[in-house]
Design a protein around this ligand. Structure first.
Ligand code: 13P
Length: 251
């Protein structure tokens, strides 16, 4: 049985003060939740405040991106050891917004994932098709390209330590969620990619999160699908009550 993960991606939202206020309200609402791992990914500047606020709770902190070099003249970038020192345990890699606006590619995704794993961080590697791909029947092709050129290039041991997030771009921030069946079908396909590249054991153990307009009122339906091992939540993770009700979908 794969343990579920509910992760919140705050994107470019929340100052340090707002982060402290969030955790003050959120932590007590999920303190009794034992059925899943709970992850929050604040922007870089709010990570120390989040780590401090999440101390002695069941919430762990993720970064939203990382650079693969150890250190150097890379203005604006953050290294894996900086994230580890700050108290991060996870890092989101290859989010569609990074691919779309900041030039992430399959190649950079692989480099970032390898560096993160070497530092002991758990990468959440994002894949997913645009609306035009889905409408022209290219969903599998796009997911396979992103899988094969990204996580597919990790070693079997590395691969066993990552999570994948399936985030169809047309469902991100649009209020248009993939139906549980559409999401499950894509997850099944990605699991099949993992079986082909690695092994059926790797595929069976792989945790695949769904992301794209996950809300308190659709999480139950999504999680009813065995293929979905959790969620990567954007907008609805910014409010403590709404994120807590997503985390507590079983109650
Ligand atoms: P929304 O939940 O706001 O659609 O964002 C999803 C997402 O991109 C999470 O990484």
């Amino acid at each position: 049985m794969r343990r579920r993960v509910i992760a919140g991606n705050w994107k470019m939202f929340k100052t340090q003060a707002e982060t402290r206020a969030f955790f003050k309200a959120f932590a007590p609402l999920v303190s009794a939740s034992k059925h899943c791992d709970i992850v929050t990914a604040p922007p870089f500047t709010a990570i120390p405040a989040a780590v401090e606020a999440a101390k002695n709770t069941n919430i762990v902190i993720s970064a939203q991106d990382v650079y693969w070099e150890k250190e150097g003249a890379f203005t604006g970038e953050i290294s894996t050891s900086m994230l580890v020192e700050a108290g991060c345990r996870y890092v989101i890699i290859g989010h569609s917004e990074r691919r779309q606006f900041f030039g992430d590619t399959e190649e950079t995704v692989t480099k970032k994932a390898k560096a993160a794993l070497a530092a002991g961080l758990t990468p959440i590697v994002c894949v997913g098709e645009h609306l035009s791909h889905r409408e022209s029947g290219q969903t599998h092709k796009v997911c396979k390209t992103q899988f094969d050129g990204g996580p597919g290039l990790l070693t079997p041991d590395e691969f066993s330590r990552i999570l994948i997030a399936y985030e169809p771009v047309w469902a991100i921030g649009t209020g248009r969620t993939a139906t549980p069946e559409i999401a499950a079908e894509a997850h099944k396909f990605l699991r099949q990619c993992a079986a082909e590249k690695f092994s059926s054991a790797h595929a069976a153990a792989l945790r695949i999160l769904y992301g794209g307009s996950v809300k308190p009122d659709n999480i139950k339906g999504l999680m009813a699908q065995e293929e979905l091992d959790g969620a990567l939540v954007g907008g609805a993770s910014l409010d403590p009550k709404s994120f807590a009700s997503i985390v507590n979908f079983t109650s």
